[in-house]
Design a protein around this ligand. Structure first.
Ligand SMILES: Cc1cc2nc3c(=O)[nH]c(=O)nc-3n(C[C@H](O)[C@H](O)[C@H](O)COP(=O)(O)O)c2cc1C
Length: 315
């Protein structure tokens, strides 16, 4: 079974990916959070640093582009090609207000004729350059029924993989994914399909497989893999337990690595606190400590609480 790590902007940074890959592995592709090309600027230095091959050694990374301009996409794709990448992912899912207002991400889904023209341009480029382009999409902008037309459009192009997050823009990341529409995709997509959304446990996966009457493979998971970093090994049947010794190593590595590249201290703590908003589900009974940890403003206070929580779980 293949597992793809979903891009989570601000969370699955190159520092996170390297630490995760070394400690846990069992992820077949990591999708990088989007780069957003602008006129004469295919990517910012910060975006470039995140995807530079030397910062992503030993893992399969798929860079992602967010744009509604085919010329911007192609400029960024050329730079990625020079860096050695042969697969790029197009973001048609981002629900953020500022992104959608510019007609990008899931905001691009409502202008199907512009989308068609855009896909025409970028696939003409990719075919000439031996590049694969996969697509990560929602079902639609306003209505899930938009997906019927969208799938017909995608079916006309050599999409290397179609990753479907079966929600519409206004769902953001809440509520149940709209499974019926993924069932429709299973019956009608002409390219390889990847399911994404709300896989937090092996039970969730088993339940989905029952609902779709097929063992989904590959699958993409984001929040589930961050919340329980052992989820990949669990889904692959390699373990049934969360490994807290590994979680301690992941925590310590991230804490050290972020201190090397971030300042002032509070910024490192913001990063760590954001990770704990995911990890807290693993520490039932520690709610009071976690609440304090999520407000910690100084390293000693943070370390004292984090160590206590992690040590208790390791015993
Ligand atoms: C904080 C955050 C940042 C995200 N950043 C991106 C991104 O850069 N590109 C993208 O395609 N999706 C992004 N997503 C969406 C996730 O990749 C994924 O589709 C979504 O979380 C649903 O999958 P999950 O339930 O397995 O987490 C983001 C989601 C969250 C919560």
């Amino acid at each position: 079974m293949k597992i793809y790590f979903a891009p989570l902007e601000g969370v699955t940074t190159y520092i996170f990916r390297n630490a995760y890959n070394e400690i846990y592995g069992n992820v077949d592709k990591y999708f990088a959070p989007f780069i957003s090309p602008a006129e004469n600027c295919p990517m910012t230095p910060r975006e470039k640093k995140d995807i530079l091959p030397e910062n992503n050694k030993g893992l399969t990374l798929i860079p992602q582009i967010l744009t509604c301009r085919s010329d911007h996409f192609i400029e960024a794709a050329k730079e990625l090609h020079q860096m050695g990448y042969r697969e790029i992912n197009l973001n048609l899912g981002c629900p953020s207000g500022t992104v959608c207002a510019k007609g990008k991400g899931s905001g691009f889904l409502k202008d199907t004729s512009a989308l068609q023209k855009f896909l025409d341009d970028i696939y003409t480029y990719s075919e000439s350059e031996d590049m694969k382009i996969s697509i990560k999409t929602r079902l639609g902008y306003q209505e899930p029924e938009e997906f019927y037309d969208l799938l017909e459009i995608f079916n006309a192009f050599p999409v290397s993989e179609l990753i479907v997050h079966p929600r519409i823009r206004t769902d953001f990341y809440k509520g149940e994914p709209r499974r019926d529409f993924f069932t429709y995709a299973l019956g009608h997509a002409k390219c390889p399909l990847v399911y994404n959304g709300n896989i937090f446990t092996t039970n969730d996966y088993d339940e989905l497989s029952g609902a779709f009457n097929t063992r989904l493979d590959p699958i993409m998971a984001g929040r589930g893999l961050v919340s329980d970093p052992s989820l990949g090994s669990k889904l692959k049947g390699l373990t049934s337990e969360t490994d807290f010794e590994k979680l301690r190593r992941l925590h310590d590595t991230l804490y050290q690595e972020y201190q090397k590249v971030m300042s002032p201290d509070i910024n490192v703590l913001y990063k760590m606190r954001e990770l704990w908003t995911y990890w807290q589900v693993l520490f039932e009974g520690n709610e009071r400590d976690i609440k304090r940890l999520l407000k910690a403003k100084k390293y000693p206070e943070y370390e004292e609480i984090a160590n206590r929580i992690l040590m208790l779980a390791e015993d």
